[in-house]
Write a protein that binds this ligand. Sequence first.
Ligand code: FAD
Ligand code: ZN
Length: 475
Amino acid sequence: MAELLAALRQAVGQPNVLTRATHGDLSAWENDWRKRWPGHARAVVRPGNTEEVAAVVKACTQHGVALVPQGGNTGLVGGSGPDGTGTQVVLSLQRMHRVRGLDAANATLTVEAGCVLQAVQQAARDAGFLFPLSLAAEGSCTIGGNLATNAGGTQVLRFGNARDLCLGIEAVTASGEVVNLLSGLRKDNTGYDLRNLLVGSEGTLGIITAATLKLFPLPAAQLTAWVAVPSMAAAVSLLGTAQRLLGPALTGFEVMNAFSLSLVARHMPQLTQPLAAHADPWRVLLEVQDVESEAHAQARLEAVFEVAMANGCASDAAVAQSVAQSRHFWHLRESIPLAQAEEGTNIKHDISLPVSAIPAFVEATDAALAQAIEGVRLVNFGHLGDGNLHYNVQAPPGVSAAEFLAAQEAVANAIVYQAVAQHGGSISAEHGVGWLKRDELPHYKDATALAWMRQIKRALDPANLLNPGRVLRTD
Ligand code: FAD
Ligand code: ZN
């Protein structure tokens, strides 16, 4: 232990090796955002550059000590914190937040892994570009964490997942070597796609230290609408209309059920909700970006509403009249995860389905859960444009979250995941596997694909020191 700590201090400097003995409370790094998987770290190490990351990994490898890479610690599946043994080292990338360079003609930005997503967006905007990855945790999550989880968010419909926004990557391997794939090339067929192997690997195959990201032109105008919708089938039909009439100008299409917005009203009463009194049980938040002008965007949006109101897939709509109001609409949508956390820990399901299967899935699964768990409440919201629902199961009123989780988590998971499989979906759309879904994976993932994943893990991390036990059971 003393030898390892000395080697780590040598690698990153004394102040950047945090232990309970020297720094007291390490809970900010040991607890996850949902406070579901509290752990104990042997130390938290904060390297300042790629060479220091490599030195930390070498020291840990020499001593046979496992490492847990951590960015903003906003992950929702128990992937970013240490386990309870007190033996694992947390490798925090937060000090690595430099912008390495921007190539305007190539429309690329190269940043270190610990850059907070909002800072990446801002660096792009400062140079007249859009970096479109956007999610509610953007003020804290890091680009390294976004890539390690292949984060999705609210603009996937138009711009793709984190994976689609990454052209190059730099990483440190389990043996402490630096692998430099930091190119800004849009075409590069020189063998296996190692960048894409690291993206979505949740810290189990390598430590991402920097990335080259794709930038886009800033739109001339952006419009946001809040729409009352009578059913999930109507929401899917509205999506089809919007895609047909708007094409790539449709950049966001979020759906929310009435219960999820009632939680926002209860826990954030200061946030006024448009169409609050409307009786329809669903709301859609629709965003349009236009390369021409606001008037052009407005006309195209009106054409969508004309068709949608005529065929009954929308009942009423409010269009944001200012940037502030548009932000407010998004803020309402993005407040749902916080409001449900206030209500008490729930059973989260981040699932994806073919869009066409979503109405039947929701109808069947709502009914099955209501029958199995009396009084159950469903916080159903998500990125409908991507076929991604956050289909979360909240305790009946008056039942404590802890009691509910203990009694009903396995029941709810079995109902939801079996229905997902029956409808051709995935049990993890954008949050990843981590600890939360590791033991579910073998039931739903192709067996040969899973065997390949195990072989890749063994080949790249033979001593099983990078985030052991996440994604795949390795004990
Ligand atoms: P962390 O939580 O620190 O880590 C996540 C995983 O990545 C862990 O397994 C960790 O070991 C690994 N990791 C972190 N950094 C590195 C690195 N440099 N190299 C290798 N591995 C690394 N996610 C979405 O996809 N879409 C959403 O819309 C969305 N909304 C959210 C809203 C809220 C309020 C919250 C709290 C979370 C939300 N998330 C969402 C989940 C989370 O924000 C994302 O998964 C985010 O990408 C995690 O980034 P992070 O820096 O916090 O990573
Ligand atoms: Zn989401």
